[in-house]
Structure formats: structure tokens, C-alpha cells
Design a protein around this ligand. Sequence first.
Ligand code: DPM
Length: 322
Amino acid sequence: MTVSVSAATRTIRIGSRKSQLALVQTYWVQEQLQQRFPDIKFEVHTMSTQGDKILDVALAKIGDKGLFTKELEVGMLSRETDIAVHSLKDLPTQLPEGLMLGCVTEREDPADAVVFHEKNRGKQLDTLPAGAIIGTSSLRRLAQLRHHYPHLEFKDVRGNLNTRLQKLDEGQYDALILAVAGLRRLGMGDRIGQVIPSDISLHAVGQGALGIECREGDTEILDVIKALEHTPTAQRCHAERAFLRELEGGCQVPIGVNTVVESDRLTLTGMVASLDGKRLIKDTVAGAAADAEQLGIELAHKLKEQGAQEILTEIFAEINRG
Ligand code: DPM
């Protein structure tokens, strides 16, 4: 691909969070771009986000509006940086005015994984003893796993991956639920004891993909980052994000998805669950991959017709109360 680059674009500044996972992801993007555009200088600028600072409050209670992304967005709007690399699942579906999702990279396995405490080696979720404590602060994971494994107990866990694994190893939990993608990117894929199949737990919208955000109208920069776009992943993620947006769910609600693109045809499955896991509404739509967003909207309407809105309204009330 040839992209003409003006003098002003000779340096592109990339905003990133400082966590180990964020940096691994950002350096990967930097390296991929550098290989394709040797004449441009790509600089990484790190920043702390609200989500990195508030570590003692359950995620669901601090709201979801760009907890891990806002400071990076301010950086782009004030022209301190030009682009930002995010775990796509942390990027809200509504972006601030003036910014856009410019690129979606190829997805890692989007599934969730179980990491077991050493004493539970060889076990799986269904063979853990009754009352075993599972660490997660994802309402999505909580609701679906409660639905399938009523014998398990769930406890909040916060902090970065290393902190969480340390708490597990210290014996505070019997097992943790974490994204396969994050563990693999940090070279800790060998700690995965079980990959949870999609018929048990649907993954989060955008899980396993990176999203590169940029300013609207910066066409040269957009052309540069588009070089890393993976079309089938982008189609899947645009369908998933349209589904979430249409349900008006933030990232901290029990909403899960699974998408497949094959021969330009996209199949999207989505679910909304109550926190106790007792009610779970799930359905599937399929159509042309080029109509990804439309399919996401269609699925949201299907779930609303089956009572998804009531479940979400209850959950928002519950979160705000407690
Ligand atoms: C969001 C959720 C979690 C992260 C909620 C969810 C997990 C929180 C938890 C929106 N962001 O998944 O239902 O379990 O306490 C996050 C991770 C990654 C990106 C870590 C993880 C890495 C994987 C990826 C945190 N954001 O989910 O284990 O790139 O998708």
C-alpha cells in the first residue's frame, strides 16, 4: 500500500496506558507500523487512566464510561498524542466527538480462560468442590458461570494480571477467570487450565482485539493505521459493538457475544443475563458480513423483544443502590 505522508506526519505519537499488558500491545502496534512505514517516527507516550488509579472499588460500581480510555482520548484531542491503542473491549461504544475507531487488529482467541490454584490442578469448573471461590469482577462472567455452575462461589478481584495471579497463588481464590488473549500476550498462556467454550460463556464485545483510536479528519494518520486492520475481525467487532450500543449497555453489564465470519457471512450470537444467572436471554442472527452493524442492531432488538431491557434496567438499579 502506498500512503503519502506530509511533513507534519513524520512523527506519530501513540498514547498508551502503562500496564504491562497495555505496553506489550502498544509496542506491538508500534513495531508493526514501523515495519510498514520506515520513514515515519512512531513515539510511545504513556499515561495513567482512572481505571489504573482506582483499584479498591468493584469495577461495576465506578461506572463504565471510558474508565481505561478517557485520559488517552484527552491526549488526542489536545494534540499531545495522535493515536491511542486500546484493548478494544475497554473502549466505550460511543466515542467523544472528534475521535473515531480507525483500526481493528487481528483478534487473538476471544474466549475466557480458567487459571486454577495449584491445589486444584487437573480440575475443571464442573469438578471443583462445592463452595470453591472463583475470582472475577466481570458481571458477564459471573452471571453466565453462576447459571451453569450453581455450586461455585464468586468473589471480586481487582488489579493487573500479575497482582491477580499473586492473590490466586496466595490462596485467596480457588481459580480465576481471565481472558485467554491477555494471558497469552503476557507469555502466561501456560497457566491456562481450561478454555471456557462459548456455549457456557460468551465473551465480551471486542475481547481479544486491539482498537486504534484517532482524530476524525486526520486522513493521513487514518491511512497509516488502517494498514493494520484485519477485515474479518473488524466486521465481527463492528457487529458486536453495534449490538452493545443498541442495548445501551456499558462494558460492565452481563452482555456476551460470539461471532463467526465465513465466506463473507457473519453469524452473531448475543446474550443478556440477570446477575443471579437465573434468567439468560440468548439469540443468533446471520447475514452479509458487510452489514455487520445492521446485524448487531437486529440482534439487540430481538433480545429486547424477549425481555433484555427489563433485565438491564434491574441491574442498573442494583448497581446504583449498592
Ligand atoms: C472489561 C471487562 C474486563 C476487562 C469486563 C468483562 C474483565 C474484568 C474482570 C470490559 N475489561 O470482560 O466482562 O474480569 O475483572 C481487560 C482484560 C483485557 C482487556 C483482562 C481480562 C485483556 C484481554 C483483551 C479487563 N481488558 O479480561 O482478563 O484484550 O480482550
